[in-house]
Ligand binder design. Structure first.
Ligand SMILES: Cc1cc2nc3c(=O)[nH]c(=O)nc-3n(C[C@H](O)[C@H](O)[C@H](O)COP(=O)(O)OP(=O)(O)OC[C@H]3O[C@@H](n4cnc5c(N)ncnc54)[C@H](O)[C@@H]3O)c2cc1C
Length: 736
């Protein structure tokens, strides 16, 4: 969003693992002027390894055991790209990302973890891999359902007897057996067997700790078979290398960590197993501008276990060295600790600890571990308040930049961004981006009227591609709300100052997102204007065509009409909270999904059900836009506030006193036209919406069919929120 100084270095963090969460925290505590962080993360919640077993055993909630990357990224001022990295080209310094344009970087850092190795095991599709842990937990719930429906003994084989396999066996046995004790499940017996290729379990632990673990396994009836190598998994059985077959209802893979497959052909120096080689500065020896940490990395000269402990310890060094490289200072070495404290939980609130030759055990060990883990998590859950003041040097740098036409993005930069965009041709666009001139030339279809609208706003998220998608959808909303077909659009773009490569890349990302949304809406980009400014902003002038008598207007509501709203409200408060790092990632994800839903099919459905009047809900909030319709129709409305759809999190945040800066003004301008009251949803009636839903009236006898059609796909959250009512002189125009 607002960039105090021109960006000179782009650091892209790939994967939200244990090391990267610390990088984000450190940069949030002390931002580096001119350095921009981008986090590319496949999952928005990072499971904390220390709490995984406790989470599986049901001692921790999902929130307690995960770090929400969204507020953390907001705290760090980092761009957040919620998508999986597909491949990296370290020479061209580009990262390919699933479902969107590649992004460039100056420095990259990889912390994407590992998944259980399946080398040498056939039929792994019949097994559940323990990682990614969230997919495992989804599979776990299905497994628990199967066990519930199962009569007799249910046999689980855990393949791999390292610390992960042992702890998982303890946790699973504890949780599943607690469930099996539920009334009606008494006949289900759960057998857990650990299969380990080595001759002993936990070879890196001291003998005293191993003895305690072995005793604890036996006490919980968990069988252990060492010196057996699994060669295949098949439905109902496991095959061992020596020809033996074991009956097994479900195999779970907790084999040794396998390398990240997406890096195999990257050209980065990899070790013989496929992990990214790094030196003692955590840098790739082949590409010193690429770093790696955690399970994905393999440190030259060391053979570190794949354990979250190392990923955690590397975080501060990684943060420091990324900062140092970005600011041309010498890097510091990371020296892995010789001995680590290992703590193994045994299912219930009990644990065994090992360090060097010592071993301890007890409920107190579990409480001690719990304290350590919660203290670590608190660093990423409880973020300090953010300083929203301007950064140093802003005035000086702004004063040095040209205004007026001098603030245009240079032509070669523009060309580089535009050249990579798909062709923008369609009927009626005689001259557009593909044959650029001073202005676009359009030929309107005969008999149609031109419906034109313009909208523009500052970025409310840092990801230019997603911002382009949502901003375009918002701008298209007016045309669809009028009942027109979108044809073409002209863009007005403002980008923060940066070097030419970064500006071209940002522009490409932004326009790619906008063009995708335009294409989905049946429109093309015909031209535009791009300038530099303090922060990213985007707008479109959209051209649509309609039959004159098919236009949906704000006026025309009749007494008794049913009022339908097609999207939940609350985007204003949610993104106000997001800017302060106060919003949960899943709330924002749901809001972003809603904001990307087009009003095109919604307007078609409204028209097909006799719409009497309609408008899209945007900056003035639901109440403001409803009042506009009521004014134009000379009538009032009665709303059912319990029926107004609200985005997850909006009510909680609103109750906490968070609001968009525009909300009080919206409420003030509505004045007494909206009945006073303390219903929690009333406040949100004034919440400004970005890419909000269509609000429209239909005859009451067609409302049910209209709602069913909307909910069948185009608008799953659509709701009847009230009806149009005659207004007595003393009434507010909007009543409840
Ligand atoms: C059952 C079990 C119990 C364990 N218990 C412990 C324990 O108690 N203590 C301990 O120290 N270790 C434990 N471990 C090991 C520990 O989980 C790992 O060593 C640790 O998670 C590694 O951290 P990391 O930062 O390298 O990666 P991860 O924590 O795995 O994080 C990687 C992140 O990268 C993301 N990602 C992956 N691929 C991509 C992609 N292509 N693009 C974008 N993002 C991507 C993932 O979504 C994930 O959020 C346990 C492991 C298991 C299986």
């Amino acid at each position: 969003m607002k960039s105090p100084v021109p960006i000179h270095t782009d650091i892209v963090l790939v994967g939200g693992g244990h090391s990267h969460v610390d990088v984000l925290k450190k940069f949030g505590m002390k931002p580096e002027p001119g350095v921009r962080l981008t986090l590319v993360a496949r999952d928005m919640l990072t499971p904390y390894s220390g709490m995984i077993p406790g989470y599986i055993a049901d001692h921790y909630s999902r929130r307690e055991a995960h770090i929400d990357l969204r507020p953390l990224a907001a705290f760090a001022g980092a761009r957040l790209v919620h998508a999986a990295a597909l491949s990296i080209d370290p020479d061209a310094r580009r990262l390919e990302i699933a479902g969107r344009p590649a992004i460039g970087f100056d420095i990259a850092s990889i912390d994407t973890g590992s998944t259980p190795s399946t080398r040498g095991i056939a039929g792994t599709e019949h097994a559940i891999p323990v990682k990614p842990i969230d997919r495992f937990l989804e599979a776990y719930h299905a497994l628990a359902d199967r066990i519930r429906a199962h009569d007799g003994t249910f046999r689980i084989a855990v393949v791999g007897g390292g610390a992960g396999g042992v702890e998982l066996s303890f946790s699973l046995a504890h949780r599943l057996r607690s469930r099996a004790a539920d009334p009606g499940q008494e006949t289900t017996r759960i057998e857990v067997t650990i299969l380990e290729a080595d001759d002993i379990l936990l070879p890196s632990y001291n003998a005293a700790a191993r003895r305690r673990v072995t005793r604890a396994l036996a006490a919980r009836n968990i069988d252990v078979r060492t010196g057996v190598t699994v060669s295949a998994v098949a439905p109902g059985r496991i095959e061992l290398e020596k020809g033996e077959t074991l009956a097994c209802d479900q195999a779970i893979l907790v084999t040794s960590a396998g390398p990240p497959a997406w890096l195999a052909d990257s050209g980065l120096a990899l070790d013989d197993r496929g992990f990214v080689r790094v030196d003692d500065r955590l840098r790739s020896p082949s590409h010193p501008h690429v770093f790696a940490a955690g399970d994905a990395a393999s440190m030259d000269g060391h053979s570190l276990p794949k354990s979250g402990v190392y990923a955690v310890r590397q975080g501060p060094y990684l943060a420091g060295n990324l900062r140092r490289l970005a600011t041309d200072r010498p890097l510091r070495p990371y020296r892995p600790q010789g001995q680590t404290l290992a703590l193994i939980t045994t299912g219930e609130r009990h644990a065994i600890g090992a360090r060097g030759p010592f071993a301890v055990e007890g409920d107190w060990v579990w409480r001690w571990k719990d304290w350590i883990d919660r203290r670590w998590m608190a660093k990423y859950h409880d973020l300090p308040d953010m300083d929203e003041g301007a950064g140093p040097g802003e005035d000086v740098l702004d004063a040095m930049r040209c205004g007026g036409c001098g603030a245009k993005v240079p032509a070669p930069v523009l060309r580089r961004a535009l050249d990579r965009l798909p062709e923008q041709a369609r009927d009626g666009l005689d001259q557009g981006l593909d044959s650029p001139d001073d202005a676009a030339v359009l030929t309107p279809p005969p008999g149609k009227v031109l419906v034109q609208t313009v909208d523009q706003f500052r970025a409310f998220i840092d990801d230019p591609y997603l911002f382009g998608r949502i901003a375009a959808n918002h701008c298209l909303g007016d045309v669809f709300a009028m009942g027109a077909d979108a044809h073409s659009a002209l863009a007005a773009v403002m980008l923060p100052h940066g070097d030419d490569d970064k500006t071209a890349d940002d522009l490409h990302q932004l326009l790619s997102g906008a063009i995708e949304t335009l294409a989905e809406a049946g429109a093309v980009l015909a031209g535009g204007h791009t300038g530099e400014g303090a922060e990213m902003a985007f707008g479109l002038t959209v051209n649509g065509y309609a039959d004159r008598d098919a236009i949906i207007r704000k006026g025309g509501l009749r007494p008794g009409d049913t009022l339908i709203l097609t999207k939940p409200i609350g985007t204003g408060v949610l993104f106000a909270a997001d800017m302060r790092a106060d919003a949960r990632g899943d709330w924002i994800e749901a809001a972003l999904a809603s904001m990307q839903r087009s009003l095109r099919p919604v307007a078609e459905i409204a028209r097909g059900h006799g719409v009497t009047a309609g408008t899209d809900v945007t900056g003035f909030g639901l109440a403001g836009h409803l009042l506009e319709m009521l004014e134009a129709s000379g009538i009032g409305a009665k709303l059912d506030l319990d029926a107004v759809p609200v985005l997850d999190g909006a009510l909680e945040l609103s109750r906490d006193g968070i609001e968009s800066t525009l909300r009080p003004g919206n409420e003030a301008s509505a004045g007494a036209d909206v009945l006073a009251g303390d219903h929690p949803v009333r406040t949100l009636l004034f919440d400004p919406q970005t890419a909000g839903g269509l609000l429209f009236g239909v005859p009451a006898d067609r409302a049910d069919a209209c709602l069913a059609a909307l909910r069948a796909g185009a608008a799953p959250d659509a709701a009847v929120i009230g009806h149009v009512a005659a207004r007595e002189a003393h009434d507010s125009q909007v009543m409840f």
